[in-house]
Design a protein around this ligand. Structure first.
Ligand code: NAP
Length: 222
């Protein structure tokens, strides 16, 4: 169908990625979503195609067999908090590498590798965080914050160097503070509230440029 819309969500086994897969499926989109291990919740959503991929292992996503220009939106959602102490002073080399590879370099590599599967004029989105805003920072959460700041820088680079020529918009998305395994039970937003807003933002995006925006579409300072 000519007006059929397609999205690939990288990291959809639970939390926000799962919620977005469900919301886009309900909105009539063709959804392809990834898991690392079998997610019963993801498999329970009708009509979603599921692939297995790890954002830190290029061999798992480089040969997924997506047709060129298949997707209107590709969202790299996968992310971790990093070591619980969150301290730059305490962190081991392995802890730094893990959070940076999962939240920044892995997503950037995956986003760039998947660009051929995105339509000209489409949207490449990365799940960032307000915690990655240098302007907003009050310090703390050093591992997580620096990984998301790095992700934003890499996303801007992809926008300028790889996406612009094809009128692809690159988004760094802040979902709000959300009740997931990562956000915890005291978070302000339900998954439903956050993903409804983010789905609206993603549906109306595309057409070149770069934005760092929240789930309501409001701009966040770098
Ligand atoms: N919740 C919040 O308040 C909040 C706020 C700001 C930003 N965010 C961002 O939103 C995104 C989703 O977070 P969430 O709250 O939904 O967290 P979550 O419930 O902990 O879910 C994290 C998701 O990322 C996946 N993932 C982790 N490492 C991966 C890897 N190496 N390869 C592929 N997938 C991987 C997980 O898959 P597995 O099930 O296989 O582990 C899971 O699907 C993250 O990027 C996070 O930083 C969340």
């Amino acid at each position: 169908m000519a007006d059929e819309k397609n999205i690939f969500i990288f990291g959809a086994s639970r939390g926000l990625g799962l919620g977005l897969a469900r919301t886009f499926a309900e909105r009539g989109w063709q959804v392809v979503a990834s898991e690392r291990d079998k997610s019963e919740d993801l498999h329970a959503i009708e009509g979603v195609s599921i692939v297995t991929a790890d954002v830190t292992e290029p061999s798992t996503y480089e040969n997924l067999g997506f047709d060129a220009a298949r997707f209107d939106v590709i969202l790299v959602n996968a992310g971790i908090t990093g070591a619980s102490h969150q301290s730059a002073d305490k962190a081991t080399d392995d802890e730094v590498a893990k959070v940076m590879m999962t939240n920044a370099f892995g997503p950037a590599r995956a986003g760039r590798a998947l660009l051929p599967a995105l339509k000209d004029g489409g949207t490449l989105a990365f799940m960032s965080s307000l915690m990655g805003s240098i302007a907003d920072s009050s310090g703390g959460y050093e591992l997580y914050r620096t990984s998301k700041t790095a992700q934003n820088m890499l996303a801007k680079g992809i926008a300028e160097q790889s996406a612009k020529e094809r009128d692809i918009e690159v988004l760094s998305l802040h979902p709000g503070w959300v009740q997931t395994d990562m956000g915890g039970p005291n978070a302000k937003l339900t998954v439903e509230e956050s993903v409804t807003g983010m789905a609206d933002v993603l549906q109306s995006a595309g057409g070149g440029g770069y934005r760092f925006v929240d789930y309501k579409g409001e701009t966040i300072p770098f």
